[in-house]
Write a protein that binds this ligand. Structure first.
Ligand SMILES: Nc1ncnc2c1ncn2[C@@H]1O[C@H](COP(=O)(O)OP(=O)(O)OP(=O)(O)O)[C@@H](O)[C@H]1O
Ligand SMILES: Nc1nc2c(ncn2[C@@H]2O[C@H](COP(=O)(O)O)[C@@H](O)[C@H]2O)c(=O)[nH]1
Length: 298
């Protein structure tokens, strides 16, 4: 005997559809306004009854600030996710890939801190990586420090450092012209001129400071929004090789620098991010991404 299906309550169904649409719109609005983190919304979508679960991945991505139609298409293509998929219907692999993408996006979003402090032990390659960034990412301003040490062969006044004597360095401190300053390796004084940094920041240009641990701590105190990056060598042996191979310090100075290096390496957990300088271009790219640039997606 054929049983009749129960009558559809059209009014109730349409009310439920309206409520679901409103709930999805509310989720999108919270993402767009920054009130909800996209990663948290993705996590919430694992609950099949949640509004997040019924959100299409396309709508979800589009509600994230700075992700438009073209970027959404590119991201979905890169992640191998069909535009019609709903968050709740993502497979485990797709969910993981999307979460990884969001994590990266969050770290490098345009709202990321515009001041990045690059520190790390002597001879790890801070100067080399900074030079690579200067040459290849002209949008980044690299701060030029003042120092009381003498120029090395090839170093240029105003490009590598402002080479000053002790009385000029005292004046810079007295007139509050330095954002931070420190005596490094128990020998010479180094400091970051404040004026150029503030000027660049007011023009929305990101700024990279390549300074020692003491200076990094001072900047963090004054600019808590600064992103702190620690550059690591592939190994201690490689660090020693780089220092000795550079050949710019006497054996006594090398020994002093290696002592400081041990103290600096022990402080690496104070930093927001760690980058291993195995390859200069790759280390530079990671640092630039931490400054908010995503050349691949913008
Ligand atoms: N990824 C790398 N692979 C191999 N050698 C490197 C790499 N990066 C830098 N070097 C070399 O290591 C040496 C030290 O680099 P650099 O002078 O940039 O270090 P630094 O961290 O600025 O040092 P310091 O703090 O003492 O000024 C240089 O001879 C440089 O050419
Ligand atoms: N606190 C600061 N440290 C600085 C600054 N500029 C450079 N440095 C650090 O000094 C050492 C030695 O540099 P070197 O050129 O003599 O080898 C290195 O660790 C730099 O990072 C600064 O303005 N403030």
């Amino acid at each position: 005997m054929n049983q009749k299906p129960p009558p559809v309550d059209r009014v109730a169904a349409s009310r439920a559809a309206v409520a679901a649409r409103r709930a999805r719109a509310a989720v999108k609005a919270r993402i767009a306004s920054g009130a909800a983190r996209p990663l948290d919304v993705l996590a919430a979508s694992e609950d099949r009854d949640s509004a997040a679960s019924s959100l299409r991945v396309t709508q979800f991505l589009r509600s994230i600030p700075h992700i438009g139609v073209t970027k959404t298409d590119r991201i979905l293509n890169d992640l191998g996710i069909a535009p019609v998929k709903r968050l709740g219907g993502l497979g485990r692999n797709q969910r993981t890939k999307l979460a990884e993408f969001l994590d990266q996006w969050e770290k490098s979003s345009p709202d990321s801190p515009r001041v990045v402090v690059l520190a790390g032990p002597t001879a790890v390659g801070k100067g080399t990586v900074s030079q690579y960034i200067r040459d290849n990412y002209p949008q980044v301003h690299i701060s030029v420090s003042a120092t009381t040490r003498k120029p090395r062969p090839g170093e240029v006044e105003g490009k590598d450092y402002y080479f000053v004597d002790d009385s000029e360095f005292d004046r810079l401190i007295a007139e509050d012209e330095l954002l931070e300053h420190a005596t490094v390796h128990n020998s010479y004084r180094y400091g970051t001129p404040r004026g150029p940094i503030l000027e660049r920041l007011s023009e929305q240009q990101p700024v990279l400071l390549e300074i020692d641990l003491q200076g990094a701590r001072q900047v963090k105190e004054q600019m808590p929004e600064a992103r702190m990056v620690f550059l690591l060598p592939p190994s201690w042996e490689e660090l020693v090789n780089r220092l000795v191979g550079r050949g710019t310090e006497s054996p006594e100075e090398q020994e002093r620098r290696l002592q400081t290096a041990k103290v600096e390496l022990a402080a690496q957990d104070e930093f927001d991010a760690r980058v291993v300088n195995d390859s200069v271009p790759q280390a530079a790219q990671q640092i630039v991404r931490l400054m908010g640039f995503r050349e691949d997606l913008r």
